[in-house]
Structures are given as structure tokens and as C-alpha cells.
Design a protein around this ligand. Sequence first.
Ligand SMILES: Nc1nc2c(ncn2[C@@H]2O[C@H](COP(=O)(O)OP(=O)(O)O)[C@@H](O)[C@H]2O)c(=O)[nH]1
Ligand SMILES: [Mg+2]
Length: 330
Amino acid sequence: MNRSLSTLYEKILAADRVALARAITLVESNRADHFEQAQQLLEKLMPRRAPSIRVGITGVPGAGKSTLIEALGLFLIEKGHKVAVLAIDPSSSRSGGSILGDKTRMEQLARHERAFIRPSPSSGALGGVARKTRESIVLCEAAGYDVVLVETMGVGQGEIAVRDMVDVFLLIQIAGAGDELQGIKRGIMEMADAIIINKADGANRERARAAQGQLRMALHYLDSGLPEWKPPVLLASALEGRGMDEIWETVRRFLALVEKNGGLEQRRRRQDVAWMYAMVDDEIRRMIREHKAVSRALKESEHKVGEGSLSPAHAALLISDRIRKLLERE
Ligand SMILES: Nc1nc2c(ncn2[C@@H]2O[C@H](COP(=O)(O)OP(=O)(O)O)[C@@H](O)[C@H]2O)c(=O)[nH]1
Ligand SMILES: [Mg+2]
């Protein structure tokens, strides 16, 4: 590690927020030399992480995720935690309006000295975003943040990526649109460890309660990842700061169960190994597809399959034979 990297390392361990922000910028950079430095830094920081709880928060835009993170964050700080927030918003670039919106939504939290908020750029491939967020989590933990909240928008694949980098995954719903059960169709409900019906306030309170009943019934028939766990359906008002204690209690209860079923650290190591394979698979696919002879064969087969003169299975076999021969030459 060069001098400036060592300084960064020391400062992060000393909980310097400016250094943490700089390290995240390094992780987010697409430059090859930055990648190298970031990996060096991460490997040195990994064993120095504080024990932490990683919480993923998903839901459609407008469900109140950012508002809820502010309320939950303040609640947790009150309890003595240090809270980091990583927000992935595919609809915005760094200078885009919605990050500004998030900043004002998390105004109190953003000002708090025991909180750190970082909007993640989400441009580029999903794999890239997921890597950057995962690595940013590690950096936050090394800087002493013992709760990391990851906000992600309901975009299917992005949710799966986030689910696999956190310890507990919360789905924020809102009642009233008559689409309470939509999440089931989209397969998101199955991923949630708990569902929170937000905006259960004012005139909306009754509707929220009705939605709660409906969801509880629907969830009854769904399997969750842990056999002893039925995802609870909670009511909250992020705006009024109500329901945070119940949410946190649920998170603790879930984690206690994870601990009982093999342990949190073990689960994280499994997530890391799966992640390594996912990255390798991506790279293999890219390398092979870009290989001259293979890409030519792919193009030819695409044409023939497209016009019906070659069957898809036969084409796939010819192409994999070609790839096998290439590999055997090594
Ligand atoms: N009535 C009510 N409005 C809320 C609540 N939570 C968020 N909102 C409002 O819903 C809008 C979207 O909130 P935001 O946190 O940006 O949602 P996100 O897109 O999911 O992050 C904002 O105008 C919030 O003020 C709540 O608990 N009750
Ligand atoms: Mg938001």
C-alpha cells in the first residue's frame, strides 16, 4: 500500500467520514488503478470491521423508503447505534433531482454526526452497481457503523442483488391502490423477511389495516427462506416516526433465528462465495462471447436458427464444441 492509501486506511479506522467518502469514491471508480487500490484497501479493512447489521429496504418509488430510513435511522442513533445509509436509485445520476430529494428527506439524519449517507451511482451494469455497494458496506463497517441500511428501488434484478448482500430484507408497501398483492405476482414478497405497510396514518390508517389483514392471509401460503419464520406484516408511519420500535424488534428476532440456524457470519461467507461465482460467471460469459472465433460462430448460428435451417439444440451443441476445443488448446 502506498502512503496515501495507508493514510486513508488509518483514517477510516478512526471513523473519519471524509476518508470514508473518499474510499467509497475509490471503490466506485471505473479506473483500473483505482480498482487495484480499492481491493488492497478492502482486504486490509475486512478483518477490522465492526460487528454490524445489514438491512435492505425495497419498495416502489414513493412508498416512503427514504422517509422510513430517516425515521429508523434516528431511532437507532437514539439507541446508541451508528448508522450508514447507502441508497441505490437507478432513476438518478449523481447530479439528478432524486438524490437531492433523498437528501432533504433524510435531512435530520444527514446532519447527525453518528450517521453517514451515501447515494450510490447506479449507472452501468447491475453487476458493477452490486459490487460497489457490497464494497461500500465493508468500508462503512470498518469505519464503525454498526447498522448499514441499503435502500433499493423495486426493479426486480436489483432487489435480488441487494437481498444477497444484506442480513435482513424489508419490503415497504403502501395500501390503497388496490394492488396490495402485486408483490406476490412479482415474486418480491417471497424475498422479504418482513413487510411494512407504510403511511398508516391519517385517513389512510384503516386502509392500511385492511391491507395488513389481506397480506397476512396471502403470506400464510408462501414459504420463507427459514422454515421457522413467517414474514410479519407491520404497520408504520415513517412521516410520524411510528412503528420503528416494532420494525427493529422484528429485525432482531429474525437475526436471532438466523444465528440459531448456522449464524450470521456463516451466512455472509456463503453470500460472498456465491457472489464470487456470480462475478466469475459474468466474466467467463463476456470473455467467451467476445472471443473472435466464438462470436463468429454465434453470429452464424443465430442466422441459421433464425431462418429455421438449424435447430437451437444443434446450434448450441456446435458452439459448445467449439468452445471446448478452444479450452483444450490451453
Ligand atoms: N402520509 C405519509 N406520507 C409519507 C410517509 N412516508 C413517506 N411519505 C411521503 O411519501 C413521499 C415519498 O417518500 P420517499 O421517502 O421519497 O419515498 P421513496 O421513493 O420510497 O424513497 C414523500 O412525499 C413523503 O413525504 C408516511 O408514513 N405517511
Ligand atoms: Mg428514496
